[in-house]
Design a protein around this ligand. Structure first.
Ligand code: GLN
Length: 211
């Protein structure tokens, strides 16, 4: 069965491992070393703090190997800080913050500002059937602009966010896909709704079958 790694340098690793394992027909493993990265077919990059994770990627000698795997087409899913790391460019990041690439998007870090620093909303996720998805945002980024190969999977619905920054939040892009790389600004691993992980697992199985 395909092996899906969860980058385990920092952040909510356990929740992602549980969500991946629940997909069935895949194996979930924690990834901390280059040899462990070599052994996986796909990788989840959890939420946490993107500047810290960037620094730890360098310390653990994972930055270049991970960039290479992503450039070579390894499926990847990034949540929140993971989305920031996968983006081509980050606004309001630290100057020494490193990008993994994989998504031709510009993201804005901590984009939702004070009033809606952390919030929840129900949103529609493209391609997923059933009820709207509960999305939990924790000092989340948004996607400021997307390149031509990037598909928008979800936006913040209007009229669901209240507070001074509500106008700025409404309509923002918060989930994207480019080929076998997907990213959400929110945290599906925290709600028990396994549909995003299910989508990623399906994509991983498809790419394993094609290989
Ligand atoms: N604000 C964090 C960052 O800049 C992301 C927060 C999260 O992952 N929940 O990386």
């Amino acid at each position: 069965v395909p092996v899906i790694g969860v980058l385990a340098l920092q952040g909510d690793v356990r929740e992602h491992l549980a969500a991946v394992t629940a997909c069935g027909d895949v194996r979930g493993v924690a990834v901390r070393r280059p040899s462990e990265l070599d052994a996986v077919d796909a990788l989840v990059i959890p939420g946490g703090e993107s500047t810290t994770m960037s620094r730890l990627l360098e310390v653990f000698d994972l930055l270049d190997p991970l960039r290479d795997r992503i450039a070579a087409g390894m499926p990847a899913y990034g949540s929140c800080a993971g989305m920031i790391l996968l983006a081509r460019e980050v606004l309001d990041g630290r100057p020494d913050q490193q990008q993994l690439g994989g998504l031709d998007v510009v993201v804005r870090r901590n984009a939702f500002g004070r009033q809606v620093d952390s919030f929840e909303t129900d949103l529609r996720f493209r391609g997923l059937l059933g009820d709207p998805m509960r999305a939990v945002f924790i000092r989340a980024p948004w996607v400021e602009s997307t390149g031509p190969g990037v598909e928008v999977l979800a936006t913040v619905p209007r009229l669901t966010v209240t507070g001074a920054d509500a106008g700025a939040a409404a309509g923002r892009v918060v989930a994207v896909r480019q080929g076998s790389v997907i990213a959400t600004a929110f945290h599906p691993e925290l709600t028990g709704d396994l549909r995003v992980h299910g989508l990623f697992c399906d994509l991983v199985k498809e790419s394993a079958r094609a290989a």
